[in-house]
Design a protein around this ligand. Sequence first.
Ligand code: HMG
Ligand code: MG
Length: 303
Amino acid sequence: MSERVHIVEVGPRDGLQNEKTPISVADRIAFVEALIGAGLRAVEVGAFVSPKAIPQMVGSAEVLQGVSHHRDCELPVLVPNEKGYEASQAAGAKLIAVFAAASESFSRANINCSIAESIERFKPVLARAKADGVRVRGYISTVLGCPYEGEIRPQAVVDVAKVLWDLGCYEISLGDTIGVGTPLKARQLLRAVAGHVPMANLAMHFHDTYGQALANLYAGMEEGCRVIDSAAGGLGGCPYAPGATGNVATEDVVYMLEGMGVPTGVDMAKLVAATNVVSGLIGRPPVSRVASALNAKNAAGNA
Ligand code: HMG
Ligand code: MG
């Protein structure tokens, strides 16, 4: 496998949205800069959501404005409704992401409405984005399991994916929000969704709660999926998914891809350095196995 893979780094958003320690806008900008400096070309920088729901994402406008001189990079931000859209446009966002769920209970917990209502909220956002020349990514959460409802039928994911695609999302990112998926299920899901949305327009957004994310990504790549969401250091989780841990770590994804002969353009040493700075700020070591291994190796080398 030597085709390129598109990595969407979500650490500054998905990673930091669940951290208890507040991270300043200046530190968030420095984190994004370090990730771009490491070679990542798509970095999700924040979210225009309710400050009561997710206080960690307050200041996303300043973060976006602080890094938007990187015109060669995709800098997506989350937008749940028209209010968020307006704030994103005031901050100059060129790429936004709406986020739906495959389970009713998760939709209610996360964005306080049913799946159908969330689609109604997205319709004017997508219409305005189209008129404004803003690209829209569509997330679907709980695609391989829900913290409240358990098993999720692939058809439930397909139904939401079709709607988001028909509304004009250019890419559908499939979120295993609580990291319960296994490779066979990930493969079956991708096949089912790819029957309605081209595989080239699907992304894998797998959290690593049960340690299956890399295996799931590999299975998805065998199915032809070439877009991977990941977070530096394996940061994060979802405030509305009790017990869920972070996204698959970008270091681990990069290590796997390079080992498969898939070039990533990412400088691992710089990426681990970016992760280490944030780990210092939040006060715990990276979850990434590769970052931990390289840190231990460097510490031994310096001893
Ligand atoms: P609501 O309470 O139903 O909304 O929340 P509302 O329209 O009734 O407004 C209530 C208050 O929120 C009002 O303020 C609004 O002005 C304000 P008040 O009058 O009470 O002072 N408000 C906003 N403020 C700022 N920006 C906005 C906005 N909209 C309303 N855009 C809402 C609905 C969606 C806003 C809320 O539930 C919310 O913000 N939820 C955040 C959910 C979130 O960010 N979750 C984490 C990201 S999703 C995720 O992590 C999954 C993903 O990674 C994929 C995966 O892993 O599965 C993407
Ligand atoms: Mg997520």
